[in-house]
Design a protein around this ligand. Sequence first.
Ligand SMILES: *Cc1c(COP(=O)(O)O)cnc(C)c1O
Length: 465
Amino acid sequence: MSNLRNIPGVDEVLLQDEIQQILLTYNREFVVKKIRESINELRNELQRTETQHDKEALTNIVVLKVTNKVREKAEGTLKRVINATGVVLHTNLGRAPLDTEAITNLVALTTGYNNLELDLTTGERGSRYDHVEDLLLELTGAEAALVVNNNAAAVLLGLNTLAKNKEVIVSRGQLVEVGGAFRIPDVMRQSGANLIEVGTTNKTYISDFNNAVNEETALFFTAHTSNYKIVGFSEEVDLKDLVDLGKKSGIAVMQDLGSGIMYKLDNWGLAEEPTVKECVEAGVDIITFSGDKLLGGPQAGIIVGKKELVQKMKKNQLTRALRVDKLTIAMLEATLKEYLKKTPQENIPVLRMLTYNEDDLKLKAEALYEVIQKRLRNNQYIAKINIVELEDMVGGGAYPTYKLTGWGVEIEFKEIHLEKIAKRLRMREPAIITRRQDGKLLLSARTILNEEKEIAEAISKALQG
Ligand SMILES: *Cc1c(COP(=O)(O)O)cnc(C)c1O
């Protein structure tokens, strides 16, 4: 019982030197709240123990608790991560890492003021959407463009603007769900459009679309089945055929491209997917895609297509709710400018990672191996370190069946549980996300960005406990 009497009060804790120190930086209300929480925790803990503590000891415990709580909050929860998984567009790891140009532009334009909505030639009010539109038209050949918060928003806006209370025809093979619970049928419902499913899961013909057309039909919708593939006895309607049918029947075609590539990756074996420009050239009326997938920029939903339709979307009240901020525009503009250059893969990390040739990757794996070997070779917990060939992935719902040959380092430990090491690596700052396979830790070189030394150091620390 005397333990409880020895618990310090808030005022007493506030007088402690360490707390006074904290109060120089942090606001009093926040610190007092942490003190109250700490005192309550201590009270609960003391009810479960017989050991007696004097007031000084209990005060020290509270001070330590408060210090930890304040530090934890001050650190935040969003942390830098080293991606050693070999999955280039990892949705859980923030998708595309940004190019330095994007960040430089972001800092230059947003630490002060900018002309987000000011036309500098007239001095009149301008539109935030003008800033990246020209670049998008240049790069895709489209008539008009609009950028919103993300691709889900772009699809919602497109359907709501062009097909609210009307019918949208979609193949049953394309009623997809992509990461983060984006389901085409659900988005369709949210938009107010009526979904008309045609064909079957594995086969849909152009005649299925044709037969479903009536006076209520507003759109033909096609979604890139970005995260899966129906293999075997399957058939999807050719984009060209759909566009032709659309023209013939006066119905617009909207395509959710998902990843949306701007730069041909054929030379690196990634030839399956059409570029945005190719889709525009095929005559698709509205195309939507993400800013932070294969484009390699910030989160955004990019809409390109026919001027008249994009114009309608700009006027939709929903656009105001889905609008992008200056941060996105600053980063997106810088990323898009890279695509005017001959070799965008030099500056856009996602493209760089996907266009390594095998020799470069092997060299990267060797460099990683050297650093790790040097740091850990005499460690008692290391059984084996090897350079290995492995399978990397594009990720982000692109090239679902395509395995990229990767190279990396494999570590086999002894007398310590692999999952324990993996967890310790995750809990570090920066966190390191790895792959485990056949009882070994795998580090893929493809997605590691000059982080070899940090990785070796972190493994060494993780083995110390
Ligand atoms: C990723 C994806 C989306 C969602 O895009 P976000 O930018 O994450 O909103 C929608 N459709 C397809 C086909 C996708 O691949």
